[in-house]
Design a protein around this ligand. Structure first.
Ligand SMILES: Nc1ncnc2c1ncn2[C@@H]1O[C@H](COP(=O)(O)OP(=O)(O)OP(=O)(O)O)[C@@H](O)[C@H]1O
Ligand SMILES: [Mg+2]
Length: 374
C-alpha cells in the first residue's frame, strides 16, 4: 500500500491536513482579486496551501486561471520573467492554444519554445536578444492583463523574497506599477524569510508597501491532526489512539513537515500490537540520527558564544536569557555577548524571536538537547 505521507515536496489531496479556514479565506481573496502576502516560518505549508487552493478552484469550477511561479533560486529580473513565462503553461493544457493566446498579446518580442525533459510538458520563454528586460516585463504584464480581462486570474509568486536581492534598477517599482493596474488578478506573494518579506510590504519606503493583505500561516492544531492521521492509518487497518497522535504532534511541536516525516516512517514500521513507546522513540531517534551530520556541520560553524547562547535558550525555554543566574549557568560574562550572539543566530535563521527566542528547526533542537546532554 502506498505511503500517504510525504515530506520533501508540497502535499495536496489526502496528504494535506485540514487548513479549511485558510482555504476558504484565500478563495474569498482570490474571487475579490485582493492581493495577499502569505508568510510563515520555513516548511509550514505555504506552497502546499497554494496548490491545494488551486485544486479547490478547479473542483468548484470557479473559472479562475491559476499560476504558481516558483521564484526560489532566481537572481535577476531576467530569471523572474523566464520563470513567469514558463508558468503560463499552467493556464492551458493545450499548447497551441496557449501559444496563440500569448503571441496575440505580444508586439516586440520573440518566443522560444521548450519541452521540459522531466515532465514532457511544453513551455514558452522569451528571447532576450535585441530587447531589454524592461520591455519584456511590460509585455509579460500585458499578457496577464489581457488574459485577465477574459477570465479572472490568481498568480502566486512563491519565495517572493528573492526579488529583494535582484540588482536591476527599480524592478520592484516597475512590477508594482503593473500589478496595481490589474484589477481582475489576485496576486499571492509568498515567502518564508519572514523579516525580509514583511519588511518588503510593511516599510513605507519600499515599493510593495501595503500592496497586499497580510496572511500569516500558523502551524496546524493538534485537534486537526487527530482525525486526519487516524483516517490515513485506518487504511492499513491500524488504529492509532488519540493519545498517541497527540504525543507525536507534541514531540514535533505541531510542525507540519516533521509530523509528516515521522508518520512516513511510522507507516513503514511492521505493526505488532499497536505502537509501544519504544517504537515511537526508535522512529524519532532514527530521524534525528539521519540529520545528525548536517547538524554537526552547522554546530561547528558557530562561535563559542553562539553555542553558549543556544544552550542558554534550551535551558531557559527561550526567555529570561539575561538574568545573572542564567548567564552564569552557561558561563557567559555579559548580556551584550548574548545580544550579539542572538542577532547572528537570527540572521542565520537558526533561531527566531517570537514572544521568546525559539530554535526554528525542531530536529536541530532535539539533536542539541542530546548533544549537550540536557
Ligand atoms: N496542510 C498540510 N498537512 C499536512 N502536512 C503538510 C501540510 N502543509 C505542509 N505539510 C508538510 O510540510 C512540508 C512542507 O510543505 P511546503 O513545501 O508546502 O511548505 P512551505 O511553507 O512552502 O516550505 P518552504 O518554507 O520550504 O517554502 C510538506 O512536504 C508536508 O510534509
Ligand atoms: Mg514553499
Amino acid at each position: 500500500m502506498r505511503n500517504p505521507f510525504a515530506y520533501s515536496n508540497y502535499v495536496t489531496g489526502e496528504s494535506f491536513c485540514n487548513r479549511k479556514k485558510e482555504l476558504s479565506e484565500l478563495i474569498r481573496y482570490i474571487r475579490g482579486s485582493q492581493n495577499v502576502l502569505l508568510y510563515s516560518h520555513r516548511r509550514y505549508g505555504k506552497s502546499s496551501l497554494i496548490r491545494q487552493v488551486f485544486r479547490e478552484i478547479k473542483k468548484k469550477n470557479l473559472n479562475i486561471g491559476a499560476i504558481h511561479v516558483e521564484l526560489y533560486g532566481t537572481i535577476s529580473e531576467k530569471d523572474f520573467i523566464t520563470r513567469t513565462f514558463q508558468a503560463l503553461s499552467q493556464l492551458e493544457s493545450n499548447f497551441e492554444r496557449l501559444l496563440k493566446s500569448v503571441s496575440k498579446s505580444l508586439s516586440n518580442i520573440k518566443l522560444n519554445l521548450s519541452i521540459d525533459p522531466t515532465t514532457g510538458g511544453a513551455s514558452v520563454s522569451p528571447s532576450f536578444e535585441a530587447v531589454n528586460e524592461k520591455t519584456i516585463l511590460e509585455e509579460l504584464m500585458n499578457i496577464l492583463s489581457k488574459y485577465s480581462q477574459k477570465r479572472k486570474l490568481v498568480i502566486a509568486f512563491d519565495e517572493f523574497q528573492e526579488v529583494a536581492s535582484y540588482t536591476e534598477d527599480g524592478f520592484e517599482r516597475r512590477l508594482r506599477s503593473f500589478i496595481q493596474q490589474h484589477s481582475n488578478i489576485c496576486y499571492i506573494f509568498s515567502g518564508s524569510q519572514q523579516h525580509l518579506i514583511t519588511e518588503m510590504f510593511n516599510s513605507t519606503n519600499r515599493a510593495f508597501y501595503k500592496l497586499a493583505e497580510s496572511f500569516p500561516l500558523d502551524k496546524i492544531e493538534t485537534k486537526e491532526y487527530v482525525p486526519w492521521v487516524q483516517k490515513l492509518f485506518s487504511r492499513k487497518n491500524v488504529h492509532l489512539s488519540v493519545e498517541l497522535i497527540e504525543d507525536i504532534v507534541a514531540r514535533f511541536e505541531n510542525h507540519p513537515m516533521y509530523i509528516q516525516n515521522f508518520l512516513f516512517h511510522l507507516w513503514e514500521e511492521p505493526r505488532k500490537k499497536g505502537f509501544p513507546p519504544e517504537i515511537i522513540n526508535n522512529v524519532e531517534n532514527a530521524i534525528i540520527e539521519k540529520r545528525s551530520l548536517e547538524h554537526t556541520v552547522l554546530w561547528e560553524t558557530l562561535s563559542i558564544n553562539q553555542k553558549k547562547t543556544l544552550k542558554l535558550i534550551l535551558l531557559n525555554n527561550g526567555s529570561n536569557l539575561f538574568n545573572a543566574d542564567s548567564l552564569k549557568s552557561v558561563n557567559l560574562k555579559t548580556g551584550s555577548l548574548v545580544t550579539k550572539a542572538l542577532s547572528s543566530l537570527i540572521r542565520k535563521e537558526i533561531i527566531v524571536k517570537d514572544k521568546s527566542y525559539l530554535i526554528q528547526d525542531v530536529l536541530f533542537k532535539k539533536w542539541l538537547g542530546k548533544t549537550l546532554s540536557l
